[in-house]
Design a protein around this ligand. Sequence first.
Ligand code: ADP
Ligand code: MG
Length: 324
Amino acid sequence: DTLISQIAAGEVVERPASALRELLDNALDAGSTRITVRIAQGGLDMLSVEDDGCGIPPDELPLALARHATSKIASLADLEQAQSLGFRGEALASMAAVAEVEIVSRRRGQPGARISAANGRLGEVAPAAAAPGTLITLRRLFHEIPARRSFLKSAATEAGWCIEVFKRAAIAHPQVAWSLWQDGRAGMQLGPDSSPLGLQRLADVLGKSFAEHALPVDARIGPLAVRGLVCRPTAARARAEVQQCFVNRRWVRDRVLAHAVRAAYADVLHGALQPQYALLVELPPERVDVNVHPAKSEVRFRESQAVHQAVFHAVQRALAPALA
Ligand code: ADP
Ligand code: MG
């Protein structure tokens, strides 16, 4: 039973960055306005997310860590089935199966409390002093599971992936104040972005060398909004490799979008330039399936031709001044 839960958990929590993504999703779901991320040794020693969201009442702390789907994962076939469903409701339970997890939380108007779990064993709920919100700390990921541990990379590489997850969340949620601490040192500190298009956050996260050469994208085509920054051709040699797409506030990897951007660059600039861009596409939820596979961040558009056209025209228009 422990083995199966550890196998299943490994599919959800593959490495520190995937744990971080789940923790950030939870913090955002809780309606947080301020989120602080701390990592030590690339998250291999310690990874924590602190938020000022709705908090978890003391009596619900064990539930937050409990495995919902024990009975489902009885066979390998079930395991594959569960995988395709994305383990919804399994993130914290999975972390508790493969690491040490501590939750300190307080809901406004209620006492604060803490609970911890280590490698599948749940501790008792105890009173704790806490600010409203939730602090979840993960320690010693995969320490008890050498087979899983061997897939982890160096602390520097894991840290890089964690920072990537942090940046994507910060771009997707400009109204939230974000703070990153790495091995005790302050990393990105981002106040809420109140700029009209929410593009200040993009510039802050992607850095000066990108933002200096970037042109704003801001187009509304029918039910579709396309915002973002695209780099001028002069900056195509810039070292920063930025090719980021977000759909309805989720970072995604999508061929339709990437192709549309490349086509617009080719159309305007006629050269074999590597597009550098960060685009935020928003459309009514019924026109897109997000999380076709939660781990891969893919989307499926209902009318991909229309999306392609909209993005193509938005980027084409944004790049036009670069010709002048
Ligand atoms: P899911 O998010 O799919 O429900 P998780 O395992 O990620 O599953 O979280 C379990 C539950 O714990 C959530 O449904 C939520 O009730 C609670 N929870 C987790 N993180 C937070 C948080 N940061 N703030 C408030 N509640 C949280
Ligand atoms: Mg979750």
